[in-house]
Structures are given as C-alpha cells and as structure tokens.
Write a protein that binds this ligand. Structure first.
Ligand code: KG4
Ligand code: ZN
Length: 330
C-alpha cells in the first residue's frame, strides 16, 4: 500500500493531497484570491500566499486520511513548469518532509499531472488516449501512451486558451479570471453576432494572440463610434469570442484523434469547465464514436491529487529526486 503526500504550488492554487495506492484520500486546495485586483497572477504575491497556505493545507489533507505523516512512503511535489518562486515553496517544503521523515522525494511535471488527472476518479480512459490540456497557462494535445509515457503532439505557440479568455476579458473590463465570466455571459449571447478569424496554424498547434488582437481592435474602433459599445454588446462579444476559441480547440482535437486513430479522449485543465467547449467536443464525439473523459472540476483546475497519480507510478519505478533537486519554470 503506497502512501503519499503530494503538493502543488505551480501557480495560484496551494494544494495538498493524501493518497493510498492510487486512491485519493483527501485533496485540499486553497485558491489565492489576492490576484483578482491585478487582472492576472502576480508571481511575488503567489509565492507569499503559498508560504502562508502550505502548512494549513497539508494539515487539512491529513485530517480524515487513514494514515499520518509517520506512515508516509514518499512525498511528491510539482517540479515545473510554473512560477519559479511559487514552485520553490513546494520544493522546499517537500524536501523538509523528505528529510525529517526519511522518505523519498518525487518531482512531478505539472503537465504530466494534468494528463493523469483522469485517473483520480472512475471512469478512467484506456491507453492510449488523447488529452486536450486547456488551462490558463497551457494548451496542448497529448498522446498518453501509458502512465509514464506520453508525447506532446501539438501546443500553443503563444497564449494558452485560458490566457486568451482572461486577456480578452480584460479588454472587455471583466474581472480576473475571466474564463468563467465569459462562459456565463456567452450563454445569453449569439456566437454569430461578431466574426473572429480562426487562427490559420498548421498541424496540431494552436495560436491565440491574433484572435485577442482582433477583439482589441474591434473594441477600440467600435468605442470611437459608441462609448457604450461594450456594455451594449457584452453577451454577444463573449459568445462570439469564446465560440471561436472552442471551435478551434475542438477542430484540432478531432484532427489529432482521426490521424492517430484514437477514440479515447480526455479534456483537463481549468478551461475544461467551459460549457461551449464541452458542447463542441460532445458533438464531435458522437460523430466519431469517441469516449470522452472530463475530471470533476476540482481535479480539472490545479490540484495535488493529480500530482499523486504521477508520483504513485514514479514511486513504483523508484524514480526519486535527491535533496539537490530544484524546480524549473519552463
Ligand atoms: O487549470 P487552471 O485552474 O490553472 C492553470 O494551470 O492555469 O486554469 C485556469 C484557467 C483560467 O484561464 C480561467 O479563466 C479558465 O481556466 N476557466 C475557464 C472556466 N473556468 C475556468 N475558462 C472558460 N470557461 C470556464 N467555465
Ligand atoms: Zn495547471
């Protein structure tokens, strides 16, 4: 019975999870609210908030778990990519646990963890499956061949999908993070009311910065003629902008699935919560006979339970870090 403590501190969620043999016992996540006034995550504030949160979050993760710190087999932490100061908090804390309880230290790649978030709760996909990872920091299509074996087929060359929503929301004067707000507004809007050009990038890669610029120019030019343009059109703007992003994601996912002959499809990351993305993917899924897996929202956004999913398999293979282990931003 492998007993793990996992830590996630790559961005603005401080999370700790206790696991026994791949099963999550407790997953405790504290989302930092300090960034909401700044329209994005402020790295230094994130590091400080992680320092404040890490001890109570870890204590909470042991409450209700069937084992305590003395029974741990290993401690795992998110090694990167992410904000370096934020990662360092998890790295230092994990090293402290490793040293004081004399247990192995396991470094986990954050994107690898998002890909294995599908194994936290049933139903789980069969290998190989394709994972569309869509978050505030990342957009990738990944061919997951096994627990510890995956290949990135395509990724964004500039902004991530969530970042495109958050930056678009900033242009519209919406609060950060704008993804869920845009999702809400879009439900009362008409996607066809404005035309945004779908990025013409080849293969399985993505690009969102041009789309964001076209929203910026549309808003700038329209405000010159009508200074209440945003207020008058917010639902339609959200619907059209979001629709373009989600259609683009679904189209690339379909292309990758067809070309690789895969019908097991996962979506993970914060943007997986988006109603239009789900609708688009389910439409493509019924046409292509796909099985679609989307984790519970708590496991779509950053969490430590997914760190433990990777850590469990690394533990079984003896893939440990020494105390010289350092995090990486990219
Ligand atoms: O995975 P996540 O919690 O953190 C990162 O690793 O980035 O993702 C956060 C991103 C933000 O960009 C946020 O705007 C977006 O997920 N998001 C959404 C929704 N809920 C969160 N985007 C679209 N629709 C939503 N319902
Ligand atoms: Zn993430």
């Amino acid at each position: 019975m492998v007993k793990l403590l996992g830590l996630e501190t790559s961005c603005d969620e401080t999370s700790a999870a206790t696991n026994q043999n791949q099963c999550t016992e407790q997953n405790v996540t504290k989302t930092q609210v300090v960034h909401s006034d700044y329209g994005g995550v402020v790295p230094e504030l994130a590091s400080r908030a992680h320092q404040q949160n890490i001890v109570p979050v870890v204590e909470e993760a042991f409450k209700g778990a069937s084992f305590d710190k003395n029974n741990l087999d290993a401690v795992a932490y998110t090694q990167g990519p992410g904000l370096i100061g934020a990662l360092l908090v998890g790295n230092a804390f994990a090293k402290g646990i490793s040293l004081s309880y004399n247990i192995p230290l396991i470094g986990v790649n954050h994107l690898h963890a998002h890909n294995l978030s599908h194994f936290i709760e049933a139903p789980v996909p069969d290998f190989p499956f394709l994972n569309l990872l869509v978050s505030g920091g990342h957009t990738q299509i990944v061919l997951v061949k096994d627990y510890l074996n995956y290949e990135v087929l395509g990724q964004t060359i500039d902004d991530a999908a969530g970042e495109a929503l958050d930056k678009g929301g900033k242009i519209l004067g919406l609060p950060y993070p704008a993804g869920p707000v845009i999702d809400q507004y879009a439900q009362q809007g008409e996607p066809q009311s404005f035309q945004f050009p779908e990025p013409g990038i080849k293969g399985y890669d993505f690009s969102f910065s041009g789309l964001k610029t076209s929203l910026l120019y549309l808003v700038r030019d329209s405000l010159k003629k009508n200074d209440t343009f945003i207020v008058d059109n917010v639902a339609n703007l959200c619907a059209a902008y979001q629709d373009c992003i989600m259609r683009f994601l679904a189209r690339k996912l379909e292309l990758a699935a067809k070309n690789n002959g895969i019908k097991q499809i996962g979506i993970s990351g914060g943007v997986a919560a988006n109603a239009t993305l789900r609708e688009q993917v389910y439409q493509v899924a019924s046409k292509n006979d796909w099985q679609v897996y989307i984790p519970d929202q708590a496991y779509c956004t950053d969490n430590a339970a997914m760190v433990n999913q990777v850590a469990h398999h690394k533990y079984k293979k003896g893939l440990f870090e020494d105390l010289e282990s350092i995090p990486f931003a990219r």
